[in-house]
Design a protein around this ligand. Structure first.
Ligand SMILES: [Zn+2]
Length: 301
């Protein structure tokens, strides 16, 4: 009998070790789950938050190759970028948003320049197919173009980039796209400030995607910008919020499938409040904050 005692002891000890190990293992699992949960709570980013962030794309109008309007030494692409960057910083600080921008001082960001190069054929097909579809529905009487204000047709390379941006917006499930511009109009002497001033907001026509959302945000933005800036007094812009089915930026040819696009002309490039450097920063800050605030209120409530 005595010789069994050590064996029983060994078996008993082994069982104890196994039980202890199992309990310890359970605890560890439990504890690490808590750590993960606590970690998420501390950061304020639950899994739901991460997936419900609103994605915003900012498109500073024009680029280094095609700078848009120009008044003396100020190019439109520069002031568009300056304002877009202020708007970008406001959204970046707000954890409810994921914000993207198409370009910086050096040109298109890597994301976009790579996209234009690597997706060249896909973008060309995307343009061709959507134009064909729109032409067919126009011929069948299912689509009526809406153009209150005529715009110059975009050159082919400009159109390629703008349609490319729309395709990127679809591929990346962007919720809202904001195109940032300053206005100008043809006159005898372009070196002298013109007689028009004030902002206007372009949205998709009611037969394009994003019309309802864009209209809501545009109404709010009109009120907010209106506290600090004049509304456009260019006769054809008298509606201030202008529906359009031809502007690529707001999804012409149905090229925006599930997003809200708006294009804001914040003012005329030669207006002192924007042209003069001593007034510019303060006014761009105001315009940026009103843009951020109008979008935030509409997307997060
Ligand atoms: Zn422009």
């Amino acid at each position: 009998m005595d010789k069994w005692v050590p064996l029983i002891c060994i078996i008993f000890s082994a069982i104890l070790v196994l039980v202890a190990y199992s309990l310890w293992n359970l605890n560890i699992t439990d504890a690490s789950d808590n750590t993960i949960k606590k970690g998420l709570q501390i950061k304020g980013d639950s899994i739901e938050d991460i997936f419900s962030k609103h994605k915003i794309l900012l498109v500073p109008g024009h680029d280094l190759e095609n700078y848009g309007a120009k008044f003396n030494d100020l190019k439109e692409e520069e002031i568009n970028l300056e304002l877009s960057k202020i708007i970008y910083n406001l959204f970046e600080k707000d954890e409810r948003f994921d914000v993207f921008i198409t370009r910086n001082e050096n040109g298109y960001t890597k994301e976009f320049s790579d996209y234009f190069t690597n997706q060249k054929e896909e973008i060309d097909n995307f343009i061709y197919e959507n134009k064909e579809k729109t032409r067919d529905s126009y011929r069948n009487g299912e689509f009526e173009p809406v153009r209150v204000v005529e715009h110059n047709l975009a050159a082919k390379d400009v159109a390629f980039k703008l349609y490319g941006i729309n395709k990127w917006v679809n591929d990346n499930e962007i919720d809202l796209v904001v195109h940032v511009h300053f206005n100008d109009y043809p006159r005898d002497n372009m070196d002298i400030a013109g007689k028009y001033n004030g902002f206007s907001i372009y949205i998709p026509s009611n037969n394009l995607t994003g019309y309802d959302g864009a209209k809501k945000i545009a109404k709010n933005l009109r009120e907010n910008l209106g506290k600090f800036f004049n509304e456009s007094n260019l006769p054809v812009e008298k509606d201030i919020i202008i529906k359009n089915s031809d502007l690529i930026a707001v999804g012409s040819n149905n090229t925006i499938t599930n997003s809200i696009p708006i294009l804001v002309e914040y003012g005329y490039i030669y207006e002192d409040i924007f042209y003069r450097e001593d007034q510019r920063v303060g006014n761009l800050n105001k315009a940026a904050y009103q843009t951020y605030d109008s979008i935030r209120k509409n997307l997060t409530n």
